[in-house]
Design a protein around this ligand. Structure first.
Ligand SMILES: C[S@@+](CC[C@H](N)C(=O)[O-])C[C@H]1O[C@@H](n2cnc3c(N)ncnc32)[C@H](O)[C@@H]1O
Length: 183
């Protein structure tokens, strides 16, 4: 569901990014399997909290930052100004070339999406991955029903579970991080 953030929400997110950027977002970025030349999609990039760290890891690759919100996408462009290896995309469903990404990640996005929308989104993300590509999501641990649905949809769309971990996020509690690959 499309939702535009308020100025206060953007301000608070910036503050959280300044205070917890390394421990929350960089830690997640560091675990993604990147060598520097990959094509990567940040689905639901927000202000670019994770993208800020990913962009530095792709000297020969490319990062696509996608969001449903024009305002978040504009904020993300400001966070990432100066980088040349990034493009910005407003989510217009469906919009990708199939098998074009090595890595697709969703950081605190999918639990906010309705079940019916997830049934449309996950197949598109799976199709957008190259064979051998990696899909990673991190969502609040207590969103058990949504997480079960996301996992089921991932598997129904040809993604194979590779790894998962629980991480503790300051002020937000536990989060579940799951890694899938496409055969
Ligand atoms: C909680 S924020 C997380 C932002 C960022 N990934 C982070 O961890 O800081 C959720 C983001 O997902 C975006 N979003 C929600 N539904 C979406 C959809 N269907 N397609 C693309 N983006 C979506 C929102 O606009 C928002 O920017």
């Amino acid at each position: 569901m499309k939702y535009e953030p308020t100025c206060l929400e953007i301000f608070l997110t910036r503050l959280a990014f300044l205070l917890c950027g390394k421990s929350v977002y960089q830690a997640f970025a560091d675990r993604l399997p990147l060598d520097g030349g990959e094509q990567v999609l940040d689905f639901g990039c927000g202000m670019g909290t994770v993208a800020y760290y990913i962009a530095k890891k792709l000297p020969h690759g490319h990062l696509t930052c996608l969001d449903i919100s024009e305002r978040w996408l504009n904020t993300c462009q400001k966070t990432l100004r100066g980088y040349r290896n990034i493009s910005f995309m407003l989510w217009e469903f469906p919009h990708f070339i199939n098998e074009s990404f090595d890595v697709v990640y969703c950081h605190f996005v999918l639990h906010d999406i309705t079940e019916s929308e997830l049934k449309r989104v996950i197949p598109v993300l799976a199709e957008a991955l190259k064979p051998g590509g990696v899909f990673v999501f991190r969502e609040p641990f207590n969103e058990t029903n949504k997480i079960s649905l996301i996992k089921r949809l991932a598997e129904q769309n040809g993604l194979i579970s590779k790894d998962s971990r629980i991480t503790d996020i300051p002020m937000m509690g536990n989060a579940l991080e799951c890694v899938y690959f496409k055969k």
